[in-house]
Design a protein. Sequence first.
Length: 281
Amino acid sequence: MFKIVEKKYLANNIYLMDVEAPRVAKKCYPGQFVIVKMDEKGERIPLTICDYDREAGTVTIVFQAVGASTKIMAEYEVGEYFRDFVGPLGCASELVSEDPEELKKKKILFVAGGVGTAPVYPQVKWMKQHGYDVDVIIGARSKDLIILEEEMKQWSDHVYVATDDGSYGFKGNVNDKIKDLVNNEGKTYDLVIAIGPVIMMKFVCLLTKELGIKTIVSMNPVMVDGTGMCGACRLQVGDEVKFACVDGPEFDGHLVDFDQAMKRQQMYKTEEGRAMLKLQE
Ligand code: FES
């Protein structure tokens, strides 16, 4: 059993929880995820790790209460328990294993959209803790949907906020802000890491392809077993079929078939679609 030791409401039905999971906290790295289950019969919910405290033995998760299971999860309070908290799963961000000398030379821009800000956060923190400065764009439709801005500013001196309606920060979407930084502020980047809604990652990748900047995205498809066995999280990446749970969740964004990923996401929203996908697997 895994105890919830902290719970915060961030915005727009997005919640943060610190959960006591010492074994996961000890081994996890930015980019990895956990699968949680509230009770024996509960749905298995994959969530990217937002932060971890190895000493306290806690792992921070951030989730948006949108479906039945996450809505129930949002009702859990401090002192209550998750039945399962399995992880760390997936591969760590490639930044973690990159040659420090090579990493030092790179100018990196993180692009975070909506709840995708949560998985960006540990990577930005890790970079700063290891002596690398990065730029960050946090984008949302409006000011009230921006999360983790202050937390992010602790680890980067260059956090730019962009809102579609201009209610806060730069007026425009994240792509408008990337163009602004490159064209008007003379910034150059060697690597973009974009995490957010699939549609956002798709359009960021179209832009960065044009600009010739390598781009990594973090895919969050439906997952069932999280061990590469069920095929639910299948993605087309270039010529290859990949499983987000074991091969990812991070991939070269210029190779990901986003349209197929969105189609599968839609299918999984209906019982019928789920049954259909099962038949294909
Ligand atoms: Fe089953 Fe990835 S979740 S293969």
